[in-house]
Design a protein. Sequence first.
Length: 250
Amino acid sequence: MGFYDIPKDERVALVKEMKEELLQYLQSKQGGALRYFEDEDTYIRKACYLNIGRLYSEYPLLQKQIIALLKSLSAHPDFKVRQTVINAAGEIGKTAFDIVRPFFDAGLFDTHHSPRNAVIGSVKKMGEVNPGPVLEWAQSYLHHPDKEIRREICHGIELRGRKHPEDILPLLQALEHDKTARVRNTLVHVIGQIAYKKGCLEIVTAHLKHWVNKDLVKDALAEIIDVHYRYRNFSFYTQDEARLFIEKLF
C-alpha cells in the first residue's frame, strides 16, 4: 500500500515514527531507519529526506552525524538511496549549502538519471531561499564540457529566476552561444519561465537587449509570448499585451 493510499492520520503517525527512528539511529546506530532511504514508494523517501532536513535544523549536536550518514550512503549501489541522499542534502542546503556542496558536485555525475534529477530539484529549492552560494556554485559549471551538466545547471537555477530574474540572467547569458540543441532549448525554455510574472517581463527583455546572439533572442522572445498564452491564468500580462510590449521594445 502506497503512502497516499493510507488515511491522513496514519500518514502523520508514520512520518512521526520515521522521524523518531531516524533520530534513534543517529544517536545510537540502532534500528532499521535506513530502509526509508530505499523504499519503493517515492513519497516515503520524500518523507525521509524532509525528516533529515528537520533533524539537521532541530538537533545541532547531531549535524556531524547526519552529514556522516549521508556521506556513507552517497555511494550506495541503489540509485534510490543516492537520490534520497541528494534530496536530503538539498533540504540542508537551504540554510547551509557549503557543508553539502560535495554531494552536488558528485551527484551531477551520477550514473543514474534519478540522482541527477534530484540535483536539479535541489538546486531549484535551495536557490529560491539561499541564492548566494548556490548560484555561485552553479556558475562554476556553466562552461563544463559535458552538455548535460550545462543543461542541468541551466534548468536548476530556473526557480530563483521566477521571482528574481535579475539574479540568474547573467548566468543564462553565459550560455547564449552554446551550440548544443538540448542546452539551447533548455535556455529558451527557462527564459520563458522567468518572464511571465509581475515585473519580470520588463527585466528579462531589458537584459535580452544586450545579448549578442540575436537568433537566440528571437527564439526566446517567441517563447515568452507563447508562455503568456500557456500560462494565461497566471501571467501578469495577457499574450497580446506581452506581444505589444516586445514589439515596441525590439
